[in-house]
Design a protein around this ligand. Structure first.
Ligand code: WTA
Length: 641
């Protein structure tokens, strides 16, 4: 096919050729239990599992390796002490390039994790407790995750960019009684007041915790509440702290993610299946070779950070780079500086970062060597072919494979991707299903579509890394993922499959928008807007944005007698920022005297989306609207804004 990008034969070994992929894929779908029990051998088990997948999508109950016992901290840290105690486990690159980088071998990492685990115990944390981690991108954030895994506590990492309100909601939802944070964080030279945000969150009604562990990072002065707040360096100790044996189905973590309705939900992952999935995908997809430096630029506040900064790399004994900063500080060459400085071999980043750097011109890239790079990866949103081309041509100098990896918080790890050097690539297509993944494209009536076609992306057989439930609300789990199409997991994404069997994700088909690779529920932004005393009603949609992929477009109606203007728009933007966090800041606010509704009162978002996109030719049937004349006023408002 002409749209393939084919790399010259590579003279390096890989774990998987195209032929091996075919064989392994066939085995993985013909006998999933045998295949995954085999892959489970990648991990050390206290008691090896004999049972594979035990699951049903109606009713929804999912388990893998249910008779196995293991600990993921042991797998990520302790078990490397025999073979590679002096191998570098983590490289920390600080926000300020003039500050010293920090390097931890597996032996040192072990000592640090034990120290953190003891500090958590001293705080009162025990097996099964939920621990909220609200940290900057520093080593201690990873230590807190691994220490929870070590003692059998369930971590709930909340992205450090979220507001006190958002943090409070997540603490309450999972009944977490412990928070791990730092004095302040640094991002692009700006201070993030993490401890102060925790204090503000804990001031909310109904938020009550027993202990807050505070890591001294920048040395900023912070308030410490007596009895509740403890400095990490005062609780840390090197007492013995063995890894707690966990059942494969014991929870490992909760991670909040946005859906099309309501508040963010706590996606729950368990120990064995998630461990096997992230270890296996990391091995094959990144084709990791011993000695290589792996850099995933995500934050540990997102699933990408969980799976491909922490668990996947460390369970494979890899060297993982932890970056505190941002791509454009001190200048737009920072990524390439970090790569040269630490001789990074694998770069895994997001299309939004690629587009932002592309806009600044090639010289930031070409003025740096980048010779150490061996593989480029992308994740988080569809990558437009233009950005793909720039990544391939300029960053990779046409010599490096690109993997475009499609997956979700709920899937635990990578689901669709090409394998480097095994598969030819197509710019803009994620590629082929990973082992054991059985995608189905489904039509509006639930019919399964075969061959080259487009439809809603479902997965029809469970895989070990699949989320097991929504924390505290299994019914919501069932409704969200398994009720649209009976017997299938529905991803919420639209997708095309081409004649070569390659998958092209076209984006969300629900009311979730993807802003700079971050999932945002339009309902969340709407709820924040209507909290403002002048706002009567709000409808939020995504619209194309050059850098962010999608921007946040808000239609706002005000209380009778109120008039909107620049000033109020700015105030509302601030308001949403404060409620949710900077990533939810509206890009555009349009005041309107009404929202397009059907006679039964349902907002017709399709129309709002088209108008936000400046696409008035295909508004479709507007005759069912309660007030058809509103559409013209909305268009006029769009054009004037
Ligand atoms: C989108 C991030 C196209 C998709 C790992 C999915 C992608 C949502 C890709 C999950 C990709 C992720 N190509 N779209 N390679 N990767 N997405 O839960 O819409 O933060 O449903 O997980 O991001 O976002 P989440």
């Amino acid at each position: 096919m002409s749209d393939f990008v084919i790399l010259p034969e590579q003279d390096r070994s890989t774990y998987c050729t195209a032929k091996q992929y075919k064989d392994l894929y066939r085995q993985s779908v013909e006998d999933p239990d045998a295949f995954w029990l085999g892959q489970a051998n990648r991990l050390d088990w206290f008691k090896a599992p004999t049972r594979g997948g035990e699951w049903s999508y109606d009713p929804v109950e999912i388990a893998w390796f249910a008779d196995g016992t293991l600990n993921l901290c042991h797998n990520a840290v302790d078990r490397h002490l025999d073979q590679r105690a002096d191998t570098t486990a983590l490289i920390f690159e600080p926000d300020d390039p003039a500050s010293a980088a920090r390097i931890l071998t597996y032996r040192q990492l072990h000592g640090e994790v034990v120290g953190m685990a003891n500090a958590l115990k001293a705080l009162g944390v025990g097996k099964g407790d939920r621990v909220t981690i609200y940290m900057p991108m520093v080593i201690e954030g990873l230590l807190a995750m691994l220490a929870c895994a070590r003692i059998g506590a369930i971590h709930s990492v909340v992205f450090g960019g979220f507001s006190p309100e958002a943090l409070a909601g997540r603490i309450v939802n999972c009944g977490s009684r412990f928070v791990v944070t730092a004095d302040t964080g640094l991002r692009g030279g700006k201070v993030v007041p993490l401890k102060a945000n925790v204090d503000a969150a804990l001031d909310h009604d109904g938020v009550e915790v027993d202990g807050v562990l505070v890591v001294r990072h920048t040395g900023a002065d912070v308030a410490m509440a007596g009895g509740r707040d403890h400095w990490y360096h005062e609780l840390v100790s090197d007492a013995e702290c063995p890894c707690e044996p966990m059942n494969a189905e014991d929870p490992l973590f909760i991670l909040y993610t946005s859906g099309s309705t309501g508040k963010p939900k706590g996606v729950l992952h368990t120990t064995g299946g998630y461990g096997v999935w992230t270890a296996t995908t990391f091995h094959y997809v990144f084709d990791y070779q011993p000695g290589e430096i792996h850099w995933c630029t995500a934050d540990i506040g997102w699933v990408t950070g969980h799976s491909y900064i922490v668990y996947g790399p460390l369970m494979n004994g890899a060297t993982s780079l932890v970056f505190e900063g941002v791509p454009n500080y001190p200048d737009h060459g920072r990524f390439w500086d970090v790569i040269d400085k630490h001789q990074v071999n694998i770069l895994y980043t997001a299309p939004t970062a690629i587009r932002a750097l592309m806009r600044e011109g090639d010289h930031f890239v070409t003025s740096r060597s980048r010779k150490s790079l061996r593989l480029l990866g992308t994740v988080g949103e569809p990558i437009n072919p233009e950005a793909w081309r720039w990544y391939f041509d300029v960053v990779g100098e046409k010599r490096l494979p690109i993997i475009d990896t499609w997956w979700q918080t709920e899937t635990g790890g990578i689901m669709i991707t090409t394998l480097p050097a095994a598969h030819d690539m197509k710019p803009g297509s994620a590629g082929l299903p990973f082992f054991g993944v059985r995608p189905q494209l489904v039509g509006a009536e639930g019919e399964v579509l075969e061959g080259a076609t487009s439809g809603n992306l479902c997965i029809r057989h469970s895989w070990p890394g699949q989320s097991r439930t929504v924390y505290g609300d299994h019914e919501r789990f069932v409704q969200t993922y398994f009720s649209t199409y009976k017997g299938k997991y529905f991803t919420g994404d639209g997708c095309r499959r081409d004649e070569d069997g390659y998958y092209w994700i076209t984006g969300r088909v629900d009311d979730v928008i993807n802003v700079s690779g971050h999932r945002m529920g339009t309902a969340e932004v709407e709820s924040a807007l209507v909290l403002h005393p002048l706002v009567a009603e709000a409808a939020v949609v995504g619209y194309p944005h050059d850098i962010k992929g999608q921007g946040i477009y808000c239609y706002v109606t005000l209380n009778a007698g109120e008039a909107g203007g620049e000033e109020l728009a700015a105030e509302l933007r601030q308001y949403v920022r404060k409620e949710i966090g900077p990533i939810a800041t509206p890009d555009h606010i349009q005041f309107t005297d009404g929202l397009p509704k059907t006679r039964s009162g349902k907002i017709m978002r399709r129309i709002l989306r088209k108008i936000a996109e400046n696409d008035y030719g295909s508004l479709g049937d507007t005759s069912t609207l309660a007030d058809p004349t509103l559409v013209d006023r909305l268009i006029e408002g769009r054009q004037n804004s």
